[in-house]
Design a protein around this ligand. Structure first.
Ligand SMILES: Nc1ncnc2c1ncn2[C@@H]1O[C@H](COP(=O)(O)OP(=O)(O)OP(=O)(O)O)[C@@H](O)[C@H]1O
Length: 584
């Protein structure tokens, strides 16, 4: 009997050991040191554990029920732009300063996207008196010391850290949960998801918040041209479009090109974007796409024209470098698939990518022509062929994207519609005819070296005083002071109000006349100097970028630019010919 009991207790201990590792050791320790037989309390312990587990399960179950039936939740994924909207909005909330768990940083949304702190810093720069423009005429050294002193500090932003946070929006209580996704591959630096919840089954307040967040995010760009770049953040990750900057639009008038060419380009894009064109394409079953090729020597204004067009038409610009070794056909297809309905996709220097290798290139390659016809062992030839093919494949991979991959995304069956594709190249002759056929390239614009008229236009655009050239802080302060003085005068002497208004109007008119006269004289002077300059610089020899580079060195003195032009022309010619002889 006793043997039976001992055998039973040994079996129980073995089972418990399997369930609770270290049980036998623990029970021996407790019975020898505290004289307590753990086995006699076992049923209570098991009961307590079962009760605890059931209670926990019940709590989880109730929580799930509440979340499912009494709450609404939005899920915001890291790789979606909504994530940026929301985090940007969140970092601007005063309430956020009340949370005691937060991420502090100078970037708001993350390392993958630009944030506008630089723009805000630019705005702050304006508040500083520019050298010589302030009331006390601060020197450049003083101005620079202030600016660099301030640049050492960047505005700190706070966003909620991982976990749950409660906050109020329009009087309603909301909950934000920031969570890292499990099973994130090691190389993925961030894969978090946000859950935004509110009480009740109506998610309206969450949608309102996200709309407001998007509006705040978009409004900060104003009329600036937003540029996205197709890239991946780290190896192993998918390619995606990442916002890289928002720049002030470039006026089309600052791009030196024949007016007819500019007009043709812009009116063609406008015509394409017109809703009637979309209907027209769709009724006839023609894919709704438009492609442009801008070609010419480097520094002749291809990118500038594309950027100016994006600004003029308020379109976002999507840049993609086809030369990236990591970019394959699938990535390219998914990038094109993710494009918004209306945008400009800019593929710069298409000739540098693997796309210059023709589609039939491998079939009539020299290797095929060199096949032995003299009865050499055919198996040996097959082996060499297989090796060659392997080598070709490897070479193709290292060249980046292939021509057929590019053609597929441009106008394959599954190609995206609505976008404007602009390709630039310095060597159009290297491009395959398949890439240039209508439907893929609908309009080609040739950029050349500067003509006499271009040189004059470039000179004039650099030396003409533009509104933005005035020191902004000083100008706005002057304006404000003027208004304040006017208001003070007006309120101080009501009897003379009408007289004051008349006097102010008269002064304003006089000032305007004076300003117009001054501008007219200045324009005449600059136009005369532009003719002198264009007489020195040879026609069709230099690019706009070269001339702009020279003029920028004398941006405060057009006369100095003219007097040094002869020497500069000689120097540049010598430099070019020595470069050519090195290359030859
Ligand atoms: N036609 C032009 N009108 C005004 N500025 C120009 C023109 N061409 C070049 N520039 C100036 O030269 C610089 C380079 O121009 P841009 O990048 O547009 O040339 P690109 O033809 O695209 O050169 P690349 O082929 O090397 O990419 C810019 O700062 C731009 O302001």
């Amino acid at each position: 009997m006793a043997e039976n009991i001992t055998a039973e207790s040994v079996t129980n201990t073995a089972i418990l050991d399997a369930l609770v590792p270290g049980y036998s050791l623990l029970s021996k320790f407790v019975s020898s040191h505290l004289n307590i037989d753990v086995a006699s309390y076992l049923q209570y312990v098991i009961l307590l554990a079962t009760f605890g587990a059931s209670f926990q399960y019940l709590i989880w179950y109730m929580k799930d029920m509440v979340e499912m039936y009494f709450m609404s939740t939005a899920e915001i994924r890291f790789d979606d732009e909504t994530f940026n909207f929301f985090m940007y909005w969140m970092s601007r909330q005063v309430n956020m300063s009340k949370t005691n768990r937060f991420v502090a940083g100078v970037k708001t949304s993350g390392y993958w996207s630009d944030d506008c702190s630089d723009d805000e810093d630019d705005e702050k720069d304006i508040e500083l008196d520019e050298p010589g423009s302030g009331e006390n005429g601060s020197s450049f050294e003083e101005y620079w010391a202030k600016l660099t002193g301030r640049d050492k500090y960047r505005t700190l932003r706070y966003t909620p850290s991982e976990g749950r946070h409660f906050f109020r929006f329009r009087g309603k209580l909301l909950m934000l949960e920031r969570k890292q996704q499990q099973q994130t591959p090691l190389w993925v630096m961030n894969n978090e998801t946000l859950y935004l919840s509110c009480l009740g089954r109506n998610p309206g307040i969450i949608k309102d918040l996200l709309n407001e967040a998007q509006q705040t995010y978009v409004e900060r760009d104003g009329n600036r041209t937003v540029i996205y770049r197709g890239q991946r953040l780290c190896s192993g990750q998918q390619f995606g479009w990442y916002r890289c900057m928002a720049r002030c639009p470039r006026p089309l008038s600052t791009v030196v090109l024949e007016q007819a060419q500019k007009d043709e380009f812009i009116s063609d894009i406008k015509e394409y974007l017109h809703p009637r064109t979309r209907r027209w394409y769709s009724n006839r079953g023609i894919p709704y796409r438009r492609g442009y090729l801008l070609h010419g020597p480097p520094g002749t204004g291809k990118t500038s024209l594309c950027f100016a067009a994006a600004g003029l038409l308020s379109l976002k610009l999507y840049l993609l470098n086809l030369d990236s070794k990591a970019l394959d056909e699938d990535n390219l297809a998914s990038l094109f698939h993710d494009l918004p309905r209306r945008c400009i996709v800019l593929l710069e220097d298409v000739d540098t990518a693997g796309v210059t290798h023709t589609r039939g290139g491998t079939t009539d390659s020299p290797k095929d022509k060199d096949k032995p016809t003299d009865g050499t062992d055919p198996t040996a030839v097959d082996e060499t062929e297989a090796k060659d093919k392997d080598k070709d494949k490897k070479e193709e991979k290292s060249r980046g994207i292939t021509l057929s991959a590019l053609l597929n995304v441009i106008d394959g069956v599954a190609a995206s519609e609505g976008r404007i594709l602009v390709m630039t190249t310095n060597h159009p002759e290297k491009l395959d005819a398949a890439l240039l056929r209508p439907g893929r390239v609908d309009l080609s614009i040739t950029f050349g070296r500067t003509t006499q008229a271009d040189i004059e236009e470039l000179f004039t655009s650099i030396y003409t005083t533009m509104e933005g050239d005035l020191p902004r802080a000083a100008a706005s302060r002057r304006l404000l002071n003027g208004t304040a003085k006017h208001l003070t005068n007006g309120s101080a002497n009501h009897k003379h109000e009408n007289g004051n208004v008349e006097y102010a109007e008269k002064r304003k008119q006089e000032n305007n006349e004076e300003e117009k006269r001054r501008l007219r004289d200045l324009r005449l002077r600059i136009s005369k100097l532009a003719t002198d300059f264009s007489a020195i610089v040879p026609n069709g020899e230099f690019t706009a970028a070269e001339i702009q580079g020279y003029l920028l060195n004398h941006k405060d003195s057009p006369e100095a630019a003219i007097s040094g032009a002869d020497t500069w022309v000689q120097g540049l010619r010598e430099k070019k010919s020595s470069q050519q002889s090195i290359l030859a």
